[in-house]
Design a protein around this ligand. Sequence first.
Ligand code: ATP
Length: 356
Amino acid sequence: MSNILLQALGLSKHFNRVRAVDNVSVDFANQEFFALLGPSGCGKTTLLRLLAGFESPSAGQILLDNKDITNLCPAHRPLNLMFQTYALFPHMSVWQNIAYGLEMENCTKMEIRERVGQIVDMTQLTDYAQRKPASLSGGQRQRVALARALVKRPRMLLLDEPLAALDKQLRTQMQLELKRMQHEIGITFLVVTHDQEEALVMADRVAVMNRGRVEQLATPHVLYERPRNRFVAGFIGAMNFIPGRVVEHGIEIAGNGFISARTDDLTIGDDVWLTVRPERILLTVERPAQAEAAIEAAVFDIAYLGQDLKVHLKSKAGSIDIEVRVTSTEAERNRFFPGQTLWCSWPANQASVLTC
Ligand code: ATP
């Protein structure tokens, strides 16, 4: 049996001239935690609303268990959308807010009591069940909204920026809680976020969106280690982009010369970006004897981040900015300072080459 729960096939949504969602095809598996990640305006919310049935597509299809649900109204889809604003009823208690959906479905009193009790437990709201939403903290309100969506036992829960209203510390805590609940309850979660760290922490798979399209769909590890293009490489984590031209066995960097790199699928003479993560670069006073790739550069800024330091350098030829992450222990040993000339080096397999 296929493990695919929901499929978007060539899905598009145009608002006049704006292609909010542009020919998107994605499969969502049973029990997976999936994140839609991208900058503001890239079409994440519109894609979510299409899947939930609150927008009708300009083109394409939506399949659930391989059956076409493109024209089914939201209430008849076994999906539940949790809104950014939570939309709780202010005059009802936490318990009543959670029970409301089941009352609308005419469930028996006993069933309601049992199901609400279970979900209140799971979302750790037992002590607040009789309170009104106004007397709760942001994090507690967020849990009520989640409980209200989960109590209806949807096949898939769609969450639009679920943690956006919370402060940084609470957000980090709730990321882990959301993951725990998803695991415990075993339904598919689709979370929309513009926060790359949030997507990487929570999701089994992430679709990176840009201008209505999916740029890359992969696990967090693959997105970080093998971004497909410049947009993804720059959006996920920090990245150095070094402009160059493909030559035999490597890249020619203007003003710096040859750098060894894997260029298997590229054509000699292509303009490319050599990409390398700041934490993969070694800083040394002398050029390491065995270095496969090295650039001589001068330090122009050092930023302290507590555990790490961010060292900004400019290549000796003057045109390339390089960022290097150094642990504070390493910085203790080496004492870098602005104006200092250093060598930035890395093993060839830690860099990848992207076409321009
Ligand atoms: P954010 O992170 O800021 O919420 P998003 O990635 O969720 O952004 P969408 O809200 O899906 O992006 O919007 C995608 C594009 O479609 C934007 O250019 C937006 O202005 C446009 N858009 C969305 N809804 C409508 C609408 N009802 N009418 C016209 N344009 C719309």
